[in-house]
Design a protein around this ligand. Structure first.
Ligand code: 5GP
Length: 194
């Protein structure tokens, strides 16, 4: 069976990754979302094993020592990581998997799996990003400051990505993203026939 493709979706906090991803999944069938591990506390409404696997720092560190992560990073003061076994089992089954991870993690994955496709979701401007983060209302003042400070550094690294999509309007951005995914998926189907 042909291995699935691995897609990475990154972008600064508040850019709308979750919303655009949901619309992307409506447009492209058969995508699997990779559920990350994190040491940050669940937000209201988040359920363990759905949005994230919520771990304490000790457990996260033991996973790092046992080399269980494909990638991991400290982001906005907490640890986040993708379990290698989860990704491998989907790819081996021929499924296309989507990792919604930060820039540091994305670069680790690209080094280990060079044929992964990296897409960066850009805000129309940093001012607009701040407005979205404020109106989302999920962060305390301090964490919001950290997230905004990190945003410009993340945007500066977007040049390392294969594609950049501006989230100026959710459906337009989702259409553009879907086009990229379809193209990359059909490319790998093509190479299977060669
Ligand atoms: P949030 O706390 O808002 O859910 O996520 C904060 C940041 O952590 C986002 O940029 C998100 O993409 C990133 N992130 C989520 N899961 C992972 C992961 O498994 N690895 C890495 N490196 N970053 C992650």
């Amino acid at each position: 069976m042909k291995r699935g493709r691995l897609f990475i979706l990154s972008g600064p906090s508040g850019v709308g990754k979750g919303t655009v991803r949901a619309r992307l999944f409506e447009r492209v069938s058969g995508l699997v979302y990779s559920i990350s591990c994190t040491t940050r506390k669940p937000r209201k409404g988040e359920v363990d094993g759905v949005q994230y696997r919520f771990l304490d720092e000790g457990t996260f560190e033991s996973y790092v020592k046992e080399n269980l992560f494909l990638e991991w990073a400290r982001v906005h003061g907490h640890f986040y990581g993708t379990l290698l076994a989860d990704v491998e089992s989907e790819l081996c089954r021929g499924n296309n998997i989507v990792l919604e991870i930060d820039v540091q993690g994305a670069l680790q994955v690209k080094e280990k799996m060079p044929d992964s496709v990296m897409v960066f979701l850009m805000p129309p401007s940093l001012e607009e990003l701040e407005k979205r983060l404020v109106s989302r209302g999920t962060e305390e003042n301090e964490t919001m400051k950290t997230r905004l400070q990190n945003a410009s550094a993340e945007v500066a690294l977007s040049g390392c990505y294969d594609y950049a999509v501006v989230n100026d309007e959710v459906d337009r951005a989702a259409d553009e993203l879907a086009g990229i995914f379809q193209k990359e998926i059909s490319k790998s189907k093509g190479s299977a026939d060669e």
